[in-house]
Design a protein around this ligand. Structure first.
Ligand code: HEM
Length: 252
C-alpha cells in the first residue's frame, strides 16, 4: 500500500491533479476554440443558439467549474502533503531549488487566479446567460443584461486561455526543467522573477476585468480578447517574455 503512505500520496495527488487539470483546461479550450465560434455561426437563429446554450453549454459548464475546483484543491494538497515542500521557500537552502520554488509559485498564482475567474466571473455571468436562454425558450422576454454578462464571461475566459500557456509551462517545468537546468539560483533572483511575473499577470487581469478602459469592443486594449487567434498570440508572447526573463535571471 505504498500509494497510501505520505510519499505515495504526493504522487497520488499529482495524478488526480493532472486528471482535474486536463478536464478543466480541455473544456476551457473547447469553449474558446469550438463553442464560441460555433455558437456565433448560428447568426440570427436565436432559437438554435438558445437550445445549444441550454443543452450543451449548461453541461459543459458544470464539468468546467467543478474540475477547476478539484484541480485547485488537489494542487494545494500536493503542497500540503509533500514533506518540507515549502521549507526555506525561495532561499538558497530551498529543498527543490529556489528556481523551482519561484516558478511553481508563479504557476500557482496563475492557476489560483484562473480558478477565481472561473467561479467569480465566468460562472457568475454564465448563470445570467443560461437563465436567459431557458427563459426565452419558455416564451418569456429576453433579459437585456444577458449580452453584457456574456461579454464579461468571454473576457475572463480568454484571459484564462492566455494564462494557461505560461501556467502549464511553470507547473510542469518547476520539477522537470527548472530544478535540473538551474539548480539553486540565488533567493533574491527567485523573488525578483516572482514579483515581475505577478505584476505582468496582474496588469492582464485588471485589463480583462475591464478596469482599465472598460469592456466595450472599441477599447483597443482589449485586442488580446477579441478573437481566439489574438488570445493564442498573446498567450505565447506572455510565455516568451516570462521564459526569457527566467533564463536571464537564473543564468548560472
Ligand atoms: C489551480 C491552481 C493550481 C495549483 C495550486 C497547482 C499546484 C501544483 C503543484 C504544487 C504542483 C507540483 C509542482 C512540483 O513541485 O513539481 C503542480 C504540478 C502540476 N500541475 Fe498544478 N496547480 C494548479 C493548477 C493546474 C492546472 C490548471 C493544470 C492543468 C493541467 C495543472 C497541471 C499540473 C501538472 C501537469 C503538474 C506536474 C506534475 C508533475 O510532473 O509532477 N495544475 N501543480
Amino acid at each position: 500500500m505504498e500509494l497510501l503512505t505520505r510519499f505515495g500520496l504526493t504522487f497520488g495527488f499529482r495524478w488526480l491533479h493532472v486528471l482535474g487539470g486536463i478536464t478543466w483546461i480541455g473544456l476551457l479550450y473547447y469553449f474558446n476554440l469550438v463553442q464560441v465560434p460555433a455558437f456565433a455561426a448560428f447568426g440570427d437563429d436565436g432559437k438554435s443558439r438558445n437550445m445549444a446554450i441550454d443543452k450543451v453549454a449548461r453541461r459543459a459548464l458544470w464539468w468546467f467549474r467543478w474540475a477547476a475546483l478539484f484541480t485547485l484543491v488537489t494542487g494545494l494538497l500536493i503542497v500540503g502533503i509533500t514533506k518540507d515542500y515549502m521549507k526555506d521557500f525561495m532561499t538558497d537552502k530551498s529543498l527543490f531549488g529556489a528556481g523551482h520554488d519561484s516558478v511553481i509559485a508563479v504557476g500557482m498564482v496563475l492557476g489560483i487566479t484562473m480558478a477565481a475567474n472561473v467561479w467569480m466571473v465566468i460562472w457568475k455571468n454564465q448563470k445570467v446567460v443560461l437563465a436567459n436562454a431557458a427563459n426565452v425558450l419558455a416564451g418569456n422576454p429576453a433579459d437585456p443584461a444577458a449580452a453584457a454578462a456574456g461579454r464579461s464571461a468571454a473576457l475572463a475566459s480568454r484571459q484564462n486561455t492566455i494564462y494557461s500557456v505560461s501556467m502549464l509551462f511553470f507547473m510542469v517545468g518547476a520539477t522537470h526543467f527548472y530544478s535540473g537546468a538551474f539548480g539553486n539560483v540565488a533567493g533574491s533572483k527567485a523573488v525578483t522573477f516572482f514579483i515581475i511575473s505577478i505584476v505582468i499577470a496582474a496588469v492582464f487581469e485588471i485589463n480583462a476585468l475591464g478596469l482599465i478602459g472598460g469592456k466595450a469592443t472599441t477599447n483597443k486594449l482589449l485586442w488580446p480578447y477579441e478573437s481566439h487567434k489574438n488570445a493564442i498570440i498573446t498567450a505565447f508572447s506572455m510565455w516568451a517574455v516570462l521564459w526569457i526573463l527566467s533564463e536571464i535571471l537564473f543564468k548560472k
